[in-house]
Design a binder for this molecule. Structure first.
Ligand SMILES: C[S@@+](CC[C@H](N)C(=O)[O-])C[C@H]1O[C@@H](n2cnc3c(N)ncnc32)[C@H](O)[C@@H]1O
Length: 257
């Protein structure tokens, strides 16, 4: 995954996902931690992006360290200035590659949310990610990650999508054209993004390719076992139900041995 992809993406990331309910997702992660983990504590959030889950989880009482490779996403995260209630600790953000970063401390929970794992497109990338997660957990510590789910992607393959958004500063039209690579369990999502800067009335066009890996439960279990985790519990995203062939997104929880 190249560093520049999310450099460009960061400019319009928060606008693209302005309707994504990060508060509800953070409450769901909190519920997962209460059920499977060791209660409210420290969280290392790998691939934190612009910090949306981080501030919501901080509000719920967690001590958060977010890691991302993209300087631009991290700048946006640090600039959020979200007002936290008294007693909530502001998240800290660190630049690093989640395949190799070592923060130098142990956390109670490690998370990777909103397809971060699916950006780790090769087996080597995935193995390196799981090693990073393992290195930052105490025995019994919990790893929580979501991913594109193979059966769902194959049953209902990605199609061309157009998204139009605007705020006071920008107008954005994003066209997403997928190309399947069945031999790699990957989809190249080719984005063409038309951006209008309202203040200067200028237009620009960006082209980005996001290679996304879809994953199957047996291979997830193998990666986890090789990295030193117990077998995972997998649920359909935002539920406590098992995945089915209509699920595009699942969440997995695994405890470090
Ligand atoms: C779809 S965004 C999700 C961001 C955030 N978790 C959220 O929910 O908004 C994927 C993020 O993963 C980061 N990322 C992908 N691969 C990475 C890697 N190898 N090391 C660090 N960050 C990575 C990208 O920079 C990007 O911010």
């Amino acid at each position: 995954m190249s560093e520049t992809i999310f450099g460009q993406y960061a400019r319009y990331y928060n606008l693209l996902y302005k309707d994504k309910d990060y508060a509800a997702e953070a409450r769901y992660v909190h519920e997962l931690i209460q059920r499977h983990g060791q209660g409210t504590g420290s969280v290392l959030n790998l691939g934190c992006g612009t910090g949306s889950h981080d501030f919501e989880l901080a509000q719920l009482g967690y001590g958060i360290t977010g890691v991302d490779l993209s300087d631009e996403m991290l700048v946006a995260a640090r600039l959020r200035g979200a007002s936290l209630s008294a007693g909530a600790q502001s998240p800290s953000f660190v630049k690093g590659d989640i395949r190799s970063v070592r923060i130098g401390r142990i956390f109670e929970t490690v998370t990777a949310l909103f397809h971060v794992i699916s950006y780790q497109a090769t087996n080597d990338d995935l193995a390196a990610f799981f090693a990073t997660a393992c290195a930052h957990l105490q025995p019994g510590g919990l790893l929580i990650f979501d991913c594109w789910y193979g059966p769902g992607v194959l049953v209902d393959p990605p199609a061309v999508r157009v998204k139009r958004l605007e705020d006071d500063c920008l107008g954005v039209i994003r066209i997403a054209e997928p190309k399947m690579h069945h031999e790699l369990n990957c989809v190249d999502v080719n984005f063409e993004v038309h951006i209008r800067d309202k203040a200067s009335d200028t237009f620009s066009v960006l082209h980005e390719c996001h290679r996304m890996r879809y994953l199957f439960v047996p291979e997830i279990q193998l990666f986890l076992k090789q990295a030193g985790f117990e077998p995972a519990h997998c649920y359909r995203w935002l539920t406590f139900d098992p995945p089915d062939a209509a699920s595009w997104n699942i969440i997995c929880l695994a405890r470090k041995l």
